[in-house]
Design a protein around this ligand. Structure first.
Ligand SMILES: [Zn+2]
Length: 106
Protein backbone atom coordinates (compact mmCIF):
# COMPACT_ATOMS: atom_id res chain seq x y z
CA UNK A 1 0.00 0.00 0.00
CA UNK A 2 1.24 3.47 -0.85
CA UNK A 3 1.32 5.91 2.08
CA UNK A 4 0.70 9.41 0.76
CA UNK A 5 -0.06 12.92 1.95
CA UNK A 6 -3.79 13.73 2.01
CA UNK A 7 -3.46 15.82 -1.18
CA UNK A 8 -1.53 13.14 -3.04
CA UNK A 9 -3.99 10.54 -1.78
CA UNK A 10 -6.91 12.49 -3.25
CA UNK A 11 -5.10 12.85 -6.58
CA UNK A 12 -4.18 9.17 -6.54
CA UNK A 13 -7.83 8.18 -6.02
CA UNK A 14 -8.89 10.05 -9.15
CA UNK A 15 -12.52 10.59 -10.07
CA UNK A 16 -14.62 10.33 -6.94
CA UNK A 17 -18.36 10.45 -6.42
CA UNK A 18 -20.50 10.41 -3.31
CA UNK A 19 -20.75 6.81 -2.05
CA UNK A 20 -23.83 5.16 -3.52
CA UNK A 21 -22.82 1.58 -4.30
CA UNK A 22 -24.59 -1.15 -2.36
CA UNK A 23 -21.67 -2.39 -0.28
CA UNK A 24 -23.67 -4.92 1.74
CA UNK A 25 -22.41 -7.84 -0.39
CA UNK A 26 -18.78 -6.92 0.31
CA UNK A 27 -17.67 -8.26 3.66
CA UNK A 28 -14.02 -8.95 4.42
CA UNK A 29 -11.08 -7.70 6.43
CA UNK A 30 -9.12 -4.87 4.90
CA UNK A 31 -5.68 -3.56 5.68
CA UNK A 32 -5.87 -0.01 7.01
CA UNK A 33 -3.10 2.58 6.76
CA UNK A 34 -3.22 2.84 10.58
CA UNK A 35 -1.39 -0.51 10.61
CA UNK A 36 -4.29 -2.69 11.69
CA UNK A 37 -6.84 -4.73 9.79
CA UNK A 38 -10.54 -3.99 10.20
CA UNK A 39 -13.69 -5.86 9.31
CA UNK A 40 -15.62 -4.10 6.55
CA UNK A 41 -19.31 -3.70 7.34
CA UNK A 42 -21.89 -0.92 7.53
CA UNK A 43 -20.08 0.60 10.53
CA UNK A 44 -17.18 1.61 8.28
CA UNK A 45 -17.58 5.18 7.03
CA UNK A 46 -17.26 5.59 3.27
CA UNK A 47 -15.93 8.96 2.12
CA UNK A 48 -16.00 8.49 -1.63
CA UNK A 49 -16.51 5.98 -4.36
CA UNK A 50 -14.53 5.43 -7.54
CA UNK A 51 -14.50 2.77 -10.22
CA UNK A 52 -14.72 -0.47 -8.21
CA UNK A 53 -12.98 1.18 -5.31
CA UNK A 54 -13.94 3.07 -2.19
CA UNK A 55 -12.30 5.48 0.21
CA UNK A 56 -12.85 4.47 3.83
CA UNK A 57 -12.18 6.12 7.15
CA UNK A 58 -10.41 4.16 9.87
CA UNK A 59 -12.96 3.07 12.52
CA UNK A 60 -10.42 3.60 15.32
CA UNK A 61 -8.79 6.88 14.30
CA UNK A 62 -10.54 9.38 11.98
CA UNK A 63 -7.20 10.81 10.83
CA UNK A 64 -6.56 7.75 8.69
CA UNK A 65 -8.07 7.13 5.26
CA UNK A 66 -7.48 4.16 2.99
CA UNK A 67 -8.52 3.47 -0.60
CA UNK A 68 -9.70 -0.08 -1.23
CA UNK A 69 -9.98 -1.83 -4.55
CA UNK A 70 -12.97 -4.17 -4.67
CA UNK A 71 -11.55 -7.35 -6.16
CA UNK A 72 -13.97 -9.48 -8.12
CA UNK A 73 -13.91 -12.54 -10.30
CA UNK A 74 -16.18 -12.51 -13.36
CA UNK A 75 -17.54 -9.17 -12.06
CA UNK A 76 -20.05 -10.60 -9.59
CA UNK A 77 -17.93 -12.85 -7.36
CA UNK A 78 -16.37 -10.84 -4.54
CA UNK A 79 -12.73 -11.76 -3.88
CA UNK A 80 -11.83 -9.33 -1.11
CA UNK A 81 -10.30 -5.91 -0.73
CA UNK A 82 -6.90 -4.73 -1.85
CA UNK A 83 -5.56 -1.65 -0.10
CA UNK A 84 -4.25 0.73 -2.76
CA UNK A 85 -3.14 3.76 -0.79
CA UNK A 86 -3.57 5.48 2.53
CA UNK A 87 -3.04 8.84 4.17
CA UNK A 88 -3.09 10.38 7.61
CA UNK A 89 -4.41 13.90 8.22
CA UNK A 90 -1.53 15.94 9.67
CA UNK A 91 -3.48 19.02 10.78
CA UNK A 92 -6.99 20.38 11.22
CA UNK A 93 -7.20 21.58 7.58
CA UNK A 94 -6.50 18.10 6.26
CA UNK A 95 -8.89 16.57 8.78
CA UNK A 96 -11.61 18.97 7.67
CA UNK A 97 -10.97 18.05 4.04
CA UNK A 98 -11.63 14.42 4.93
CA UNK A 99 -14.65 15.23 7.07
CA UNK A 100 -16.45 17.29 4.42
CA UNK A 101 -15.36 15.30 1.38
CA UNK A 102 -18.46 13.15 0.99
CA UNK A 103 -20.73 16.17 1.31
CA UNK A 104 -18.71 18.06 -1.30
CA UNK A 105 -18.97 15.26 -3.85
CA UNK A 106 -21.81 14.83 -6.28
ZN1 LIG B 1 -7.40 1.70 10.90
Amino acid sequence: MKVLSVNAFMRDFGNAIRPQMNMSIYRDNFKCVCGQSHWFDESIELLAEGSMKVMVKCPNDPRYVTSLKIKTFMIFKFKGFESLAGACAQNSDEQEMLDVLKFALR
